[in-house]
Write a protein that binds this ligand. Structure first.
Ligand SMILES: CC(C)(COP(=O)(O)OP(=O)(O)OC[C@H]1O[C@@H](n2cnc3c(N)ncnc32)[C@H](O)[C@@H]1OP(=O)(O)O)[C@@H](O)C(=O)NCCC(=O)NCCS
Length: 174
């Protein structure tokens, strides 16, 4: 199970089934659909399935996974997801994230991402961390660049440049 982490404005904690209403809202946001993809979550039941088969299953299997970002004030409420994950068929530890629209533009994802980067470096002793963005996702690419991630060489030219995913990597010093 991932730990709970505190930052100045946020509490980062594992998701639970009680987060289904929040998940239903977040994964149907226009930017999530455009830049991450359609998870076919159209009801609270679908959101429960997403939680159980996605983040909660990954916590049990790997001890990491996307976690909730609770804004601490004025009263605790989830505003986004951020965490470390591993995709099937890949050895890479990836940083994943998404915010509700009303929580963007305040540096909250930078705050959450720095906490998980620090955890990956200090606790998990990772040598590097990866991230993938849609080529047109400017906000996400600006975030990664500000966090110190480097853009890796582009995918082969036969891929459609509008939809190709960009691969970013952060190396931790030994
Ligand atoms: C990608 C995403 C998380 C970026 O969110 P964000 O709020 O822009 O990210 P940050 O936390 O880095 O905030 C930076 C913005 O907050 C502003 N800001 C305000 N106060 C700040 C502070 N104390 N510290 C840092 N930035 C601050 C910055 O100026 C910047 O605004 P700008 O983009 O207008 O220049 C968000 O757009 C999102 O959820 N998109 C949909 C899902 C998605 O695409 N996920 C990524 C898939 S790869």
């Amino acid at each position: 199970m991932p730990p709970a982490l505190e930052t100045s404005r946020l509490r980062l904690r594992p998701l639970t089934e009680a987060d289904a209403p929040f998940i239903l809202k977040l994964v149907n946001d226009a930017d999530w659909l455009a830049y991450i993809g359609d998870k076919s979550v159209h009801s609270l039941e679908d959101a429960l399935r997403y939680l159980r088969e996605g983040p909660i299953a990954m916590y049990a299997a790997l001890g990491i996974g996307l976690c909730a970002m609770d804004l601490k004030a004025p009263e605790p409420r989830p505003v986004g997801l951020c965490g470390l994950l591993v995709r099937e068929g890949s050895p890479d530890v990836e940083l994943g994230y998404a915010l509700l629209p009303e929580a963007r533009g305040q540096g909250l994802m930078r705050e959450a991402a720095l906490a998980w980067m620090n955890y990956g470096d200090r606790q998990l002793k990772l040598r590097e961390m990866h991230a993938y963005t849609h080529a047109e996702n400017d906000a996400s690419q600006a975030l990664l660049a500000r966090l110190g991630f480097a853009l890796l060489p582009p995918a082969p030219p036969d891929e459609d440049p509008a939809t190709v995913r960009r691969h970013w990597r952060l190396s931790f010093s030994a």
